[in-house]
Write a protein that binds this ligand. Sequence first.
Ligand SMILES: C[S@@+](CC[C@H](N)C(=O)[O-])C[C@H]1O[C@@H](n2cnc3c(N)ncnc32)[C@H](O)[C@@H]1O
Length: 523
Amino acid sequence: MALYVEAMSVLERAERKEGSLKSLVYRSSFKNVKQLYALVCGVLRYEPVLHQLLESSRLLRSEKRLDRQLAKLLVFDLLLGHGVKCGGRWKVMMKRHAAELGSALARMKVRHGVSTNLDLLTAVGGRAATKEVLLPRYARVNTLKTTVDDAVDYFKRQGFTFIGAADCAQTVDDLKGKRFARDIDVPEVLVFPPKTDLHDDQLYKLGNIILQDKASCLPAFVLAPPPGSQVLDCCAAPGNKTSHLAAIMKNKGKILAVDLSTERVATMSTQLLRAGVSCHRLQCADFLALDPHDPSYARVQYVLLDPSCSGSGMVGRMGGAADRGGDSGGVDGTGQTASSQERLRALSAFQARALRHALSFPGALRVVYSTCSVHQQENEDVVQQALADSAGAFRLVHILPEWRRRGLPVFPGAECCVRADPHEDRTHGFFVALFERNAGGGGGGDLVKPGGGGNGGDVDTAVPSLELRRDLGCPDGQNQEKEEEANGGGTETLVKSGVTEGGKTKKKRKRNKNKRKTCADST
Ligand SMILES: C[S@@+](CC[C@H](N)C(=O)[O-])C[C@H]1O[C@@H](n2cnc3c(N)ncnc32)[C@H](O)[C@@H]1O
């Protein structure tokens, strides 16, 4: 019983903002702080699920004297935690309601088309990201300026201890003091303990490292445009993914980086300069207004779309109205207000339009879509809609096969997408889907499907690598370098007045006919 009494007290005091959850737990008289902390965190995290369970079951109606907060704690432990192990008469009471509550949970999962508790949490807009999650500090090594080995040596010289690969969440959790690791999924990412401040570090100031969350590195990583390719970064500012793309492309080829916001484009320009990016062309424009059939985009084969979203996956940001129902009135069963739902609908409609537009570029062979939202409406729903609209022209690629958290199973093939969860992956909440043009799906150069069959016509289970790049007719780095030398160096310059390219403003439109032919041949 003491566990639940203490947990109620911690939650009440947290509500009154008497301290952080952690400090309140440590200040409590309960001995097993780990157990207490896990319980209160679990209840806060699953709040919307517990709310719906209490609404749809008879527990509170038949147990009139049961406190609502206590009911949430007991229901959490019974269905989502480790079972009600203590609690005397409360334990007996919960036994009476176990079957009905279990059925209510199962019905909820069926209604949302999910099978796991975590997926259910995501589907009902649970607190995937809370203030209480402490994420490690991630630093992406900017391979345009240095190497991972050199960066590791540098930090060792600064007194840090390198522990090798961060092979699991536990290793990441165990990072303390001046220890750091290399990420297991994205090799150019280094992982430091939470709250490590690198803003004053020389490597950061010089642009040799970029302070970028690991999950946010996934879109460029899975898109993997080879050096020499042409990439369209549709909602690019402030340019973290643009500079990552440039690093992957070894600054060879062309990135057309578009953003609507003048201010953010200005910031992006500075950031890209600092990062040593020179293969870009910045454009302050509405991506939706770009004409995909304009000859300037004819050679764009890779597209990265990271549009505005609710940000509900961002740890430390309570997700605004869109995910926490911060407004006063009109909270429905999902814990969201009418206005937050309205905002979510508007965002989702914009994202769907943007993704449809991205897929309409005739030369696009691979298109990556990402958000830092946990909402199905902004993620799986948008992807499903785009696949349907593409009428078989594109399929999903099963990216990062080792990654455990996949797209919510709301349509066949959704498991090809990945989700990142702050609690499970120690990153911000994130979603990534990679589309690839089907053979015969029109556009610039059909793909010979790399090993592994499709799935329902819309899904590819293989992750293409160098093999695919050859199929695409995209030269690998070395060949491209040679090709550029043969063509007098440099990529085709195709710019309009006022557009910034490689950090310089260009006034003229030039054409390198030789180069154009080579590229046309290769697509
Ligand atoms: C999530 S942020 C992009 C972050 C960026 N990809 C990065 O990694 O640094 C979304 C961006 O989309 C831009 N945006 C929103 N609507 C747009 C539109 N219609 N056309 C172009 N950019 C747009 C916003 O100005 C914002 O900078």
